[in-house]
Design a protein around this ligand. Structure first.
Ligand code: NAD
Ligand code: MG
Length: 389
């Protein structure tokens, strides 16, 4: 980093779990002395958004929710921080002059803004895995054409990124994604059938937003991560393995053709991956918990059960079929997730709905452009909503 010039930063989804951790990392690594925060964005929670904008000295705060414009404006009155609201304002903020953009909006709502940032040429720190699951190679291509770097933030993918030897990519045999197994790791399908969102969101190791917490319980999160890995690391579907590792200490591994396996380990704290994405290829001092191996004493591993967690099987299907199946699976799962949280369907129905929508729309040809991705996303949402009704 040039000591004279501050890094220009935008955080999409600053009020969420990843967004909040990102602001903490910026604070730890020098705050306003080193970083010029161009924009922070959120949705409904404008009080937190305003407090964050003041704390980090952001130039602009944007809420995606147009109805919250007045509240945000009031909260930031007299601070000199610019205020905007709505989807168009969010896209404009994403397309600003930032050097580094944290993509931490949850769900498909993050796709268009992240794409805008990528096209403009910012380095993209990608937490929003839904972008890659949905748009796949088109998203990777957009980043490449923009000229920025795509740096994974998802802990598993950050681990793989760290364990990948740049000049030995041809020697990669397999990628092993670790999965905690979530709160229902040892539960039967009968037990899972009746759970509420309150029960399903309680993750044993990580503190995260609602969608990814439910996705950890159903293992849909791992399903999305398998597809994310394919596009990030350009591996074949059969090179992607999942192993359940309940302690979440090994964040993932890369196996090479000589039998060597490189792993990245750490406490379950997203700030390590966020910090690495910010200062890559350098590492910076972070105040996060250090592993104490004597206290850990053991690490466990088990094979994932695709019968109890069909999401993993659906990810394989999406990878094998290719084309728009990732976008379709992602959209159907998002609709089913909202229906589950709203108490309209049971926990196990989420995978059933995703599978039915994937099958019904399997005829769609591969996307030629982003328009095709958005159209498939919309169609999958409608089919899923119809099944729920
Ligand atoms: P979260 O729910 O805590 O935060 C989501 C953010 O997106 C908030 O700032 C919210 O205001 C904003 N948002 C929500 N709906 C929006 C909309 N329609 N338009 C614009 N903004 C909107 O989520 P999170 O757990 O921080 O996850 C964010 C992303 O990072 C997800 O894609 C998730 O899969 C990924 N991720 C999260 C973690 C984690 O530890 N939380 C780990 C790995 C990957
Ligand atoms: Mg992850």
């Amino acid at each position: 980093l040039d000591a004279q010039q501050k890094r220009r930063i935008t955080i999409l989804g600053s009020t969420g779990s990843i967004g909040t951790s990102t602001l903490d990392v910026l604070r730890q690594l020098g705050g306003r002395d080193r970083f010029d925060v161009l924009a922070v964005t959120g949705n409904g929670n404008v009080d937190l958004l305003a407090a964050q904008a003041s704390d980090c000295g952001a130039r602009l705060a944007v809420t995606a929710d147009e109805n919250r414009y007045g509240a945000l404006k009031d909260a930031l009155a007299g601070t000199g921080i610019a205020v905007a609201a709505g989807r168009a304002a969010l896209l404009e903020a994403a397309s600003g002059e930032a050097d580094w953009v944290m993509a931490a909006i949850v769900g498909t709502a993050g796709l268009a803004p992240t794409l805008a940032a990528a096209k403009r040429g910012a380095d993209i720190a990608l937490a929003n895995k839904e972008c890659l699951v949905s748009a796949g190679d088109l998203f990777v291509q957009a980043v490449a054409e923009g000229g920025g770097r795509l740096i994974p933030v998802d802990s598993e993918h950050s681990a793989i990124f760290q364990a990948l030897e740049d000049d030995q990519r041809h020697a990669v045999e397999r990628i092993v994604l670790t999965a905690s197994g979530g709160p229902f790791r040892t539960w039967s399908r009968e037990q899972m059938a009746g759970v509420t969102a309150e029960i399903a969101r309680a993750h044993p190791n990580w503190s995260m937003g609602l969608k990814i917490s439910i996705g950890s319980a159903s293992m849909f999160n791992k399903a999305l991560e398998m597809i994310e890995a394919k596009h990030l690391f350009d591996v074949r579907p059969d090179q992607i393995e999942v192993v359940v590792h309940p302690q979440s200490i090994i964040h993932s591994m890369v196996g090479y053709v000589d039998g060597s396996v490189l792993a990245q380990l750490g406490a379950p704290d997203m700030r390590t991956a966020i910090g690495y994405a910010l200062t890559y290829p350098q590492r910076s001092t972070l105040d996060v918990e250090r592993l104490d191996f004597a206290k850990l004493s053991r690490l466990d591993f088990e094979a994932p059960d695709e019968t109890r967690f069909p999401a993993l099987r659906l990810a394989r299907t999406a990878l094998t079929r290719g084309g728009l199946q990732g976008a379709i699976m992602n959209a159907a799962e998002e609709v089913a997730f909202h229906a589950f949280v709203g108490g309209r369907i049971g926990f196990l129905s989420m995978a059933d709905i995703a599978e039915q929508v994937m099958d019904k729309l399997a005829y769609l040809p591969p996307a030629a452009s982003m328009d095709d991705v958005f159209a498939a996303d919309e169609e999958a949402r409608q089919v899923a909503a119809g099944l729920i009704r």
